[in-house]
Design a binder for this molecule. Structure first.
Ligand SMILES: Cc1cc2nc3c(=O)[nH]c(=O)nc-3n(C[C@H](O)[C@H](O)[C@H](O)COP(=O)(O)O)c2cc1C
Length: 160
């Protein structure tokens, strides 16, 4: 079962829609869960919050992850970092993970590969495909998306 993690302070965002679309196109069915990190609220500011623990358990049970963020100031959001900081080093146990970022301009196209991917790898993600950057204005129509899906699809693990 694919699980989507979205770190956007704006709920129900294009970033969320893009990540859910990608998970569905890769997994062949809608994601089992979409964790809109903003819904976890102040529980992210400490350790041991039960809702955060439930979200972590959902992530840890996934067959594969799509982790998505809008680009803020050339990098992924602080909100997403608050959630990723809740995981210990290596805790994801080499879970297959696809890193995705949306941006308003092409300037920061390397941001997912250079900023988000290293953090995911630190907490134990296996990121076999290149990280994906999409312009927010064309996230669902971009030819880049189709090209990337072809690259990424062979790395999708069998559903358990
Ligand atoms: C605080 C802030 C900082 C931003 N910084 C960048 C940036 O550095 N590079 C960029 O391409 N877009 C930047 N943007 C635009 C967002 O990345 C873009 O609007 C976002 O991908 C839209 O996704 P959404 O509709 O899911 O919120 C910024 C937007 C905000 C609100």
């Amino acid at each position: 079962m694919p699980v989507v993690v979205v770190g956007n302070p704006k709920p129900k965002s294009r970033t969320r829609a893009a990540a859910a679309l990608i998970a569905e196109k890769l997994g062949g069915r809608p994601p089992e869960a979409v964790i809109d990190v903003v819904d976890l609220g102040a529980g992210l500011l400490g350790w041991g919050d039960p809702e955060v623990a439930r979200a972590k358990a959902t992530v840890l049970a996934a067959d594969f992850l799509v982790v998505a963020s809008p680009t803020f100031k050339g990098t992924y959001t602080g909100l997403l970092k608050l959630f990723l900081d809740q995981f210990g080093a290596g805790e994801l146990g080499q879970k297959t993970t696809f890193a995705v970022m949306l941006g308003g301009a092409p300037t920061h196209a390397l941001a997912p590969e250079l900023t988000l991917r290293p953090v995911l790898v630190e907490i134990g993600a296996s990121c076999p495909a290149p990280s994906l950057y999409l312009l927010d204005s064309e996230y669902d129509t971009s030819a880049d998306l189709d090209t990337w899906l072809e690259l990424a699809r062979p790395y999708v693990p069998e559903a358990r």
